[in-house]
Design a protein around this ligand. Structure first.
Ligand code: DGY
Length: 432
């Protein structure tokens, strides 16, 4: 299995970065790159470091990191560079065409993890010394431009910024938007069965928000004022908090940098406190998304609801409640852990992208989070379910959680030979 995973990563490697999946995703994606680098770190540290370096090279002058870097032209992906037009923003990177939206800021915790995998290797430490300030600058960008209430919780303005693209949590927002029909040609459904991808109507919403952002030349303040989609996402904010912790630890290892450490600690304190006050739902026993535009919580349980475990945000008492919610709602004996959306909810769809299937990257975060809080057997169950799914159904992008769906030769869903499924499998089967 490990060899197969290594082959997938090597095959998806382009010159200096890795595509998440041939044809379906033919460029460099921010959070994919981070998870992918963790996989490489176990067998090819040069590639791990190059992956991160290429990503950081695409940074904008204001610290922003784009969600896709369009390194090469491709005729298998829409919407590409010419639709996004990120260069409307005056500080966009002149050398790396990209989108004008970001993705969960994984880079900080990825650097710390890579250093750990390398057993504090000097070359890796030197790389971190040279590049850590770019990651700090990215956090600075997020806290200064995306935290409009100055509460330590940053917003996302597009569902693609969450990473959980077509989650049912966005459905009510789409209903308020009245997005116009746009004439365009879907390319993703040439590669993956349409039943496993977002609908055309979903795409009208996605493109409509981009068109609004373009109208304001991707100006953050204008987007905060005008975007119909403005969300405080527990997954995005957990990852930011996890990466804050990593940056603090890494700066301490490097030495000096006192003012940056102090700033990170200030952000961190405020973020954790607001996160616990604002995003926890006592009735659902889970963290939820908050809709800033319509000023209300979005009261659904998703796998993102448990991401605070990964970032060490919750008290032991809340961790116990989260573990209980996972076990009772997501952990019936007929299901693999962990569905991406509440399997008891009518919006659950077991094969449609982020509307229910199991994702390896979320499982990977839950595994480490539960382990850190002492829920070892639940953590190990998530780990063994992940490995079993890949063994049974292949290195796919996502997986039906229902055990009864798996007959002989049943395949996973979405893209095949998916890079982060390979990369994180390598990490999971390594002796942790
Ligand atoms: C897609 O095209 O589905 C990507 O997830 C956007 O980031």
């Amino acid at each position: 299995m490990k060899n197969k995973a290594i082959n997938i990563l090597n095959e998806n490697w382009r010159d200096g970065y890795t595509v998440p999946c041939k044809d379906l995703y033919p460029f460099q994606w921010l959070w994919d790159s981070g998870f992918i680098a963790i996989g490489y770190a176990h067998f090819d540290m040069d590639k791990a470091l190059q992956e991160i370096k290429t990503l950081l090279n695409s940074q904008w002058e204001n610290g922003f990191l784009p969600h896709i870097v369009f390194h090469k032209k491709s005729d298998t992906y829409f919407p590409g560079e010419s639709f996004h037009q990120a260069n409307l923003h005056p500080l966009a990177n002149k050398n790396y065409p990209s989108t004008g939206m970001t993705q969960p800021p994984v880079t900080g915790f990825v650097l710390e993890k890579i250093l750990k995998i390398s057993k504090n290797n000097n070359e890796v430490l030197n790389f971190i010394k040279k590049n850590i300030d770019s990651v700090y600058k990215n956090h600075h960008y997020l806290y200064t431009n995306r935290d409009i209430n100055n509460e330590g919780l940053v917003y996302i303005y597009h569902n693609w910024e969450s990473g959980t693209d077509n989650s049912p949590i966005w459905d009510d927002i789409w209903a308020t938007m009245g997005a116009p029909e746009i004439n365009f040609k879907r390319l993703d459904t040439n590669v993956v069965d349409a039943s496993e991808r977002p609908t055309n109507k979903d795409y009208y919403n996605y493109l409509h928000i981009i068109n609004i952002a373009k109208k304001y030349a991707y100006n953050d303040a204008a987007i905060a004022k005008h975007s119909p989609f403005l969300i405080q996402d527990p997954l995005f904010n957990s990852i930011l908090i996890k990466s804050n912790t990593a940056l603090i630890n890494l700066y301490k290892i490097i030495g000096g940098n006192t003012s940056k450490i102090e700033q990170l600690q200030k952000w961190q304190e405020k973020s954790i406190s607001s996160f616990n006050k604002k995003l926890y739902d006592e009735e659902l026993n889970a963290y939820v998304h908050y809709d800033l535009r319509n000023e209300k919580p979005i009261r659904y349980i998703t796998s993102s609801s448990f991401s605070p475990l990964f970032a060490g945000i919750c008290s032991n008492e809340r961790a116990k409640k989260l573990a209980h919610t996972i076990q009772t709602k997501f952990g019936s004996k007929n299901l693999y852990l962990c569905a991406s959306f509440d399997p008891e909810n009518e919006r659950f769809n077991p094969v449609k992208y982020w509307r229910g299937p199991v994702w390896v990257n979320l499982n990977w975060m839950l595994y480490y989070g539960l382990k850190d809080y002492g829920y070892t057997s639940l953590a190990n169950k998530i780990k063994s379910d992940t490995i079993e799914l890949i063994e049974k159904a292949g290195f796919y992008e996502y997986f039906d959680a229902r055990k009864t769906s798996y007959k002989q030769n049943t395949k996973g869903c979405g893209g095949y030979n998916f890079s982060w499924s390979a990369a994180l499998l390598i990490d999971l089967i390594n002796k942790n």
